[in-house]
Ligand binder design. Structure first.
Ligand code: PEP
Ligand code: MG
Length: 566
């Protein structure tokens, strides 16, 4: 039995599939050209077949657009120039095929990466991908293929990347990862896919081999390796009880989120794209409180064009049918990287060049996104928010660019909605402290507790070593939230919360009492939160919140809330 962090609720028992990228070591050796060329031809043929196979299996779940990446890889693998350069090197230098493939590919990658052109940078990413496959085939190494999973499976991995999660099919019953915390991006993806997940489970890779039976208890955060019959029965019963609880909450799908004394709030869903909209509506979401647009960029091999983004935003706005949709502009950097963009090397990427900082510098990227958003605004009720705002000047600059883009579109004769709200995330303590000033400029706030806690506690949200410092109930955090809400209300602005804290059943009573207007969470948490809200009195929760602000520790706060609401 291993302990991890329950990141996406559920329980399952299934066979393990260990996801491990092979380690490729290339050595330079002497080779007989004819033999090496034959070896190369065979490996290249297998590489092409492999990519075709992955594409065919992925086609069942992905759109034409999403499949384009495989076409780009096929084109690269079939490029005669690429093959002939490798063969020439084998012939001229009498070296082994994998060394020649590695050398030629590295030269091409370096050349493309140095070009100041997105198209060629994307090609560099394609070459990397294709040559990785090619080298594995030359060395006889197995590449894991998640799309080929065709029986109930729990995936065990160091971490899952967005492209790994894009490949998960209906046979995947959960995953366990060695790193990550409640708010790491694999956890966020698991929630939106409604797949049970235990993250930050160190030792899991060493303890599990493919084919073992895994009992995944993602309610309490345990991974059982080859559990005995009694344990399996216990886990199956737990899974059943969880499913029944979920079913019972369904009566609240179209209920209002209103306290017993008539105070109404809004319960919304966090999404990563159009595919999550159905889940939000099905679970009674009254809007989208956070659309993390970075997934449009991360699940891609190029910066999405204005047209591609316009379609994506329009789809979501139409899908939500007039309900409010808060779209966050690009929040990239930190742990969120792009295969086609080189970030500067930094000691602390979470404190570095990311989100609005990058968008204010690379204004072409920002303007393209804002144009797409403004154009889509006529299809629903759009709110735009900027991530990682630390200073009023940053907000003013971002807002000025937005105004400029909007004016430009209008002068082109394009229709833009006239009721777009422009707000910001409050996830840096500096912004929380100065909220009463920020609220003169921003139409609304959305509190990002995942980062707000990381920055307040100086505790990396990706590190399981310091995950004990993720303390949403710590009075210091509650006071920052209180300042943010008070600061917003002073100027008549509304405040939401889209960090993981918003969906925690014991946090909801406190946040309600502090006056939070909107709670945005993963779709699967909405009904539980509604059950909590509808069972409480606002007046009572105001008193509870005031008490909590004056406690000393997170434990005291949590114990106190439990003693009042349980
Ligand atoms: C947050 O920081 O709380 C947040 C919602 O943003 P993300 O988790 O995407 O950083
Ligand atoms: Mg954040």
């Amino acid at each position: 039995m291993l302990k991890g962090i329950a990141a996406s609720a559920g329980v399952s028992v299934a066979k393990a599939y260990k996801l491990e990228a092979p380690v490729v070591v290339i050595e330079k050796k002497d080779g007989v050209p004819a033999e090496e060329i034959e070896k190369f031809n065979n490996a290249l043929e297998k590489t092409i077949k492999d990519i075709e196979g992955v594409k065919e299996r992925a086609a069942k779940r992905l759109s034409e657009e999403e499949l384009a990446v495989f076409d780009a890889h096929l084109m690269m693998a079939q490029d005669p120039e690429f093959a002939s350069q490798i063969k020439s090197m084998i012939e001229n230098d009498k070296v082994n095929a994998e060394y020649a493939a590695d050398t030629i590919a590295s030269q091409m990658i370096a050349m493309f990466e140095a070009m100041d052109n997105d198209y060629f940078r994307e090609r560099a990413a394609d070459i990397k991908d294709v040559t990785f496959r090619l080298k594995c085939n030359l060395l006889g190494l197995q590449i894991p293929d998640l799309t080929a999973i065709d029986e109930p499976t729990v995936i065990v991995a160091h971490d899952l990347t967005p492209s790994d999660t894009a490949q998960l099919n209906e046979w995947v019953k959960g995953f366990a990862t060695a790193i990550g915390g409640k708010t790491s991006h694999s956890a966020i993806m698991a929630n939106s896919l409604e797949i049970p997940a235990v993250v930050g489970c160190s030792g899991v890779l060493e303890a599990v081999k493919t084919g073992d039976v895994i009992g995944l208890d993602a309610l309490d955060g345990y991974v059982y390796v080859n559990p005995d019959e009694d344990k399996v029965k216990e886990l199956e019963a737990k899974a059943k009880a969880y499913a029944e609880e979920k079913e019972a909450l369904k009566v609240l799908v179209s209920a209002k989120s209103i306290t017993t004394d008539g105070h109404e709030v809004e319960l919304a869903g966090n999404i990563g794209g159009f595919k999550d909209v159905e889940g939000v509506l099905k679970n009674g979401g009254e809007g989208v409180g956070l659309f993390r647009t970075e997934f449009l960029y991360m699940d891609n091999d190029h910066f999405p064009t204005e047209e591609e983004q316009f379609e994506a935003y329009k789809q979501v706005l139409e899908g939500m049918d007039g309900k409010k949709v808060v779209v966050r502009t690009l929040d990239i950097g930190g742990d969120k990287k792009l295969s086609y963009y080189t970030f500067p090397e930094e000691m602390n990427p979470f404190l570095g060049y990311r989100a609005i900082r990058l968008c204010l510098k690379e204004q072409d990227i920002f303007r393209t996104q804002l144009r797409a958003l403004c154009r889509a605004s006529v299809y629903g009720k759009l709110c735009i928010m900027f991530p990682m705002i630390a200073t009023i000047n940053e907000f003013r600059q971002a807002k000025a660019i937005y105004e400029d883009v909007k004016a430009e579109l209008i002068s082109e004769g394009v229709q833009v909605a006239d009721d777009i709200q422009v707000g910001m995330m409050v996830e840096i303590p500096a912004a929380a402290v100065l909220a009463d000033e920020f609220s003169k400029y921003a139409d609304f706030f959305s509190i990002g507790t995942n980062d707000l806690i990381q920055y307040s506690m100086a505790a990396d949200r990706m590190s399981e070593n310091v995950s004990y410092l993720y303390q949403p109930y710590n009075p210091s955090i509650l006071r920052l939230i209180n300042m943010t809400i008070q600061g917003a209300h002073k100027n008549g602005r509304w405040v939401g919360m889209c960090g993981a804290m918003a969906g925690e059943p014991y946090a909801v009573p406190i946040l309600l009492g502090l006056g939070l207007d909107e709670f945005s969470m993963s779709a699967t948490q909405i009904l539980k939160a509604r059950k909590v809200v509808t069972s409480l009195s606002f007046e009572e929760m105001k008193k509870l919140a005031a008490e909590c602000l004056n406690k000393d520790t997170a434990e005291e706060v949590l114990d106190y809330v439990k003693s009042v609401v349980d």
